[in-house]
Design a protein around this ligand. Structure first.
Ligand code: CP
Ligand code: NVA
Length: 309
């Protein structure tokens, strides 16, 4: 169906640089308002959001639900056992029914194609709360956090250490829009999707590198970023992955090689002692909690944009 004046938020590169920066500016503005204690800005008043979760979540669920409420709306949590999209009921039916009750749908799913189908059949905006392919709301929050701590994204060096997963795909798609130096340093069998690497490279906006030596890669990084080695849906591979990822733990030594300017970032949840040491998570240059906080503010701005508000 036509979504006049309404926009899905499925991939960062569905938007141009101006729009992404405008959303991030809006996030800063509304964050300041909420942090000041102001509770009279209620753009979502009278609106409802359906949140579909096929996977577990803390940050995504709580930040979307709280953010939507603080701006006047009501959010409905639908957990993995509730609607069982694709099993109890077809995605295209879920999309059309929820569109008749709700103003916006947020979904965290396994297959990315299910999200595309949901967006295609919904007549209200669909926001991507993570799929096996990408996690754009996370990287928008990360971008906001970099702007707050470094002043900008443009011209920085971001080094992601670990699995070439959904988080990496969203970094690559951000790099297709905003110019910075992005390095994914990963074991040889765990590279990101080649088509997505190509999208980022062909955009000609950023310097993109996929490499395999963490000590070499992190030199001069403004951000060293890590994520779990076994994502949701891959937990049975955890033991094999721990072997394959030897040498890819972000530890104090690696942060020292990166340099004193380097911030540590992680989308969380983190497995301390696996992909990152406890010391790195707790160090003064770790900004994992401001990053988590910014999920709510980035998403509020994304939802305002999606709803044309
Ligand atoms: N970073 C993130 O998406 O966290 P949750 O899985 O807890 O939502
Ligand atoms: N790559 C992780 C991110 C969690 C926020 C996963 O998909 O489980």
């Amino acid at each position: 169906e036509e979504k006049t004046g309404l926009k899905d938020f499925l991939h960062i590169n569905d938007f141009d640089k101006g729009t992404i920066l405008k959303i991030l500016d809006r996030a800063k503005e509304v964050k300041a308002l909420l942090k000041s204690g102001e509770r009279t800005y209620l753009p979502f008043k009278g609106k409802t959001m359906a949140m579909i979760f096929a996977k577990p979540s803390m940050r995504t669920r709580v930040s979307f639900e709280t953010g939507f409420y603080l701006l006047g709306g009501h959010a409905i949590f639908l957990g993995p056992k509730d609607i069982e999209m694709g099993k109890r009921e077809e995605t295209r039916d879920v999309a059309r029914v929820l569109s008749r009750y709700n103003d916006i749908i947020m979904a965290r799913l396994f297959a990315h194609q299910d999200l595309l189908d949901l967006a295609n059949y919904a007549s209200v905006p669909v926001v991507n709360g993570l799929t096996d392919y990408n996690h754009p709301c996370q990287i928008m929050a990360d971008a906001l956090t970099m702007i707050e701590h470094i002043g900008q994204i443009e011209g920085t060096k971001v080094v992601y250490v670990g699995d070439g997963n959904n988080i990496v795909h969203s970094w690559l798609l951000l790099a297709a829009v905003i110019p910075f130096h992005f390095v994914c340093v990963c074991p040889k069998g765990y590279v990101p999707d080649p088509k997505t690497v190509e999208i980022a490279q062909q955009a000609g906006v950023s310097k993109i590198e996929i490499t395999h030596d963490p000590k070499e890669a992190v030199k001069g990084a403004d951000v060293v970023y890590s994520d779990v080695w076994a994502s949701m849906g891959q937990k049975d591979e955890a033991a094999d992955r721990r072997k394959a990822f030897q040498g890819f733990q972000v530890d104090e030594e690696l942060m020292k090689i990166a340099g004193p300017q380097a911030y540590f970032m992680h989308c969380l949840p983190a497995e301390r002692g696996v992909e990152v040491t406890n010391g790195v998570v707790e160090a003064p240059n770790s900004i994992v909690f401001p990053q988590a906080e910014n999920r709510m503010h980035a998403q509020n701005a994304i939802m305002l944009h999606s709803l044309g508000l």
